[in-house]
Design a protein around this ligand. Structure first.
Ligand SMILES: [Zn+2]
Length: 363
């Protein structure tokens, strides 16, 4: 980073030269793979570039147990052998042959990443951007409405629910969190409880990702155009502003912070952002973002817009024409018919040709 003495931050090339000098000086550094160390510098370089392009937050320190992993590029990444139908092995530098379970065919990739998640599972991922799903040319348009009770309502009348933890699993999670509160920090018992909690969180994440992948593929295969609400999830899920108490300086009025936190949790748990992102990858150029204003209050039959139309969270009844429908499906129909507003102007970020291939997104 920039300091008063050095003036400008060392570039990636300069950092690599410093790494070579440091490797010559320290045995412990030389014991590790140079590719892994260089790629970590490259990741950092990318993170800093994103930070200064205002697209991402400031890079943070990596934490043991949370952001574990490394990247292998170049000829070293090509040393993969398939052992049989289910297993393959990769020659990881300084480690040796590591077997991995095949979840799909190994693609022709120029790099791979090995990661370890919070629940201790190791994954190997080959960096390839798959081709988008071709347009089915059925002429069908679908509107997708996001919800909290129903994760995604389609204008076809389908209501899709993103799976999460079962009642029993939620109970176990609460039980474990209570137990963790009674554990001494850093104790062995605390670590065991923490690992059990991480396992439950990993299970939720797996289920959500699975649902997002299956739903987005299904939508991209069935419909020509997919219309979604143009929501800003980051600003939507921000914590509410504190309300100063006019009577008592320095004190605050209740601002329903806990209630908002619960709503935020369910917005994020429904995987809405991930669903749109994957849809834009899979149906590149076929996702349209629609202004979400009044989609839940407007009648999808006669177009009458009034807050009284929304009888309850679930039921929509038009006060003008008497049309009655499920509130989420009515909103999805409005989105399907909606005029597409131009998506936010996204500023392109300069991309190095050596970067991992990125998925094409439609704007
Ligand atoms: Zn109506």
């Amino acid at each position: 980073m920039w300091t008063h003495e050095t003036r400008r931050a060392p570039s990636f090339a300069e950092q690599c030269r410093q790494l070579t000098a440091a490797r010559a000086a320290f045995d412990w550094l030389r014991a590790g793979s140079q590719t892994v160390q260089q790629q970590a510098l490259r990741d950092f370089d990318q993170a800093v570039k994103y930070f200064y392009a205002w697209t991402h937050r400031r890079p943070t320190w990596r934490r043991a147990g949370r952001s574990e992993g490394f990247r292998i590029v170049g000829p070293q990444a090509a040393r993969i052998t398939k052992l049989n139908r289910r297993w393959a092995a990769a020659l990881v530098p300084k480690v040796g042959w590591v077997r991995f379970r095949l979840s799909r065919a190994v693609p022709d990739a120029k790099s791979y990443r090995v990661t370890r998640d919070r629940s201790g599972r190791w994954h190997i991922a080959f960096a390839v951007a798959p081709k988008p799903i071709p347009n089915p040319r059925t002429g069908l348009v679908v509107g997708v409405d996001r919800g909290v009770m129903v994760s995604a309502a389609l204008s076809t009348g389908d209501r899709l629910i993103c799976p999460s933890l079962s009642k029993a699993e939620q109970g176990r999670l609460r039980y474990l969190q209570r137990r963790l509160a009674h554990c001494r920090p850093g104790s062995n018992r605390g670590q065991r409880v923490r690992a059990a909690i991480a396992k439950l969180h990993a299970r939720t994440g797996d289920r959500r990702r699975d649902w997002v992948e299956k739903t987005s593929t299904d939508l991209a295969r069935r419909f020509d155009v997919i219309r979604v609400e143009d929501l800003r999830i980051t600003s939507m899920t921000m914590r509410p502003k504190p309300i100063p108490d006019p009577g008592r300086p320095g004190a605050f009025l209740p601002n329903r912070r806990r209630a908002k936190a619960g709503l935020n949790r369910s917005i994020l748990a429904n995987g809405w952002g991930a669903l749109i992102q994957r849809l834009e990858h899979k149906a590149a150029g076929r996702v349209e973002k629609v202004n979400p204003a009044y989609t839940s209050q407007t009648c999808s039959v006669c177009g009458h817009c009034a807050p009284e139309n929304r009888e309850s969270q679930a039921v929509f009844r038009c006060v003008a024409c008497g049309h009655q429908a499920n509130a989420d499906v009515n909103a999805a129909l409005n989105i399907a018919a909606g005029r597409a507003v131009s998506a936010r102007g996204e500023t392109p970020v300069p991309v190095s040709p050596k970067r991992e291939p990125q998925l094409a997104t439609s704007t």
